[in-house]
Design a protein around this ligand. Structure first.
Ligand code: PSU
Ligand code: MN
Length: 312
């Protein structure tokens, strides 16, 4: 049973020490409307290439983990309605059952790290849900990042989550958090969630240096790079606020739980904002992919320039 297949282009880039950026597939299968997801997935990959890095979208196809998808596999993930959202605990069962699996932040980070990929781009991180004190609904993304040393570029977390509690959990789990050219923790569709980040980096090189220092320290936690949606691309605040309130109410009315919560809320936004949330989503993911490409491209030089005694 061959469980993991790394695409030729990705394997070559890794062997030659060139930049590679991992991309998750749940964003494609469950985070975007199906009529645009294949196009957007290719836009994301193109943004990584424009920064001089190689994209490696990760998914489970035909009982095998694929690190880097060909056109056919990417189309299947984007358009096949029966793709299973696969977090870390689902991986082995998805492989054995042979169903199509889309990987979340948690499982993508895990698989990327095991494949030797250090940089990963997504849209928004999973986190602590509102009411988690009662429901215990906290994304496995958080615990995965606590022991997976990748750099993850995201636009913060959506305000469908409890942003404050999510930041507290990241702190408890010792997950590093750095804002990119901003001291504000972004709120996905909006540049400022109302909370601050503990550190700010001004360049991709500074982030690559931070990864090198983290690795030299032997730390196993992820570095979350919070990259706000570009200027002028935010969702209008009022539309954001009213849609959020309606989405949370609909979630309760429909008694949605477990892994369906996040896709439900994302879908609600896309269905009720006449394309506005979709466009913001595309803009921020492409922006993240570009920055991740810049970081991956800067990483080899940062590594070469570092000198350190080892802890071993
Ligand atoms: N947040 C977003 N867009 C997404 C997701 C989260 O803004 O597409 C997806 C990611 O794949 C993330 C997952 O890892 O949802 C988290 O799901 P859950 O809350 O069930 O852990
Ligand atoms: Mn959950």
């Amino acid at each position: 049973m061959l469980v993991v297949i790394i695409a030729e282009e990705v394997r070559t880039a890794l062997r030659e020490g060139r930049g590679v950026v991992a991309l998750e597939s749940t964003i494609i299968s469950h985070g975007l409307p199906s009529d645009s997801s294949a196009r957007v997935a290719r836009q994301i990959e193109a943004a990584v290439r424009e920064s001089g890095a190689v994209p490696a979208t990760i998914a489970i196809v035909g009982g095998q983990v694929r690190i880097g998808l060909d056109d056919n596999a990417l189309d299947q993930i984007a358009t096949n309605g029966s793709v299973v959202k696969s977090s870390i605990r689902d991986l082995a069962s998805v492989i054995v059952s042979g169903v199509l699996g889309a990987t979340t932040v948690a499982s993508t980070a895990y698989l990327a790290h095991r494949a030797g990929i250090q940089v990963f781009a997504t849209g928004g991180l999973g986190g602590v849900h509102r009411g988690a004190g009662q429901s215990f609904d906290e994304s496995a993304d958080l615990t995965a990042l606590a022991h997976t040393p990748v750099a993850l570029v995201c636009a913060g977390v959506k305000s469908i989550l409890d942003v404050s509690a999510t930041l507290e959990r990241l702190e408890t789990l010792s997950v590093a958090l750095v804002g990119y050219r901003s001291a504000k923790f972004p709120g996905f569709y909006i540049q400022d969630s109302g909370y601050a980040v503990p550190w700010v980096a001004q360049s991709a090189t500074e982030i690559a240096d931070t990864m090198v220092a983290r690795n030299a320290l032997g730390l196993e936690q992820a570095l979350v790079v919070a990259n706000p949606i570009p200027d002028g691309k935010e969702m209008p605040r009022e539309l954001h606020k009213t849609t959020l309130a309606a989405a949370l109410k609909s979630l309760q009315d429909n008694k949605i739980t477990g892994k369906d919560v996040t896709p439900f809320l994302l879908g609600f936004f896309h269905e009720h904002t006449d394309g506005v949330s979709l466009q913001a989503n595309i803009d921020l993911v492409v922006n993240n992919a570009r920055l991740a490409g810049d970081i991956a491209t800067a990483f080899p030089a940062a590594l070469a320039g570092a000198m350190s005694d080892s802890f071993s």
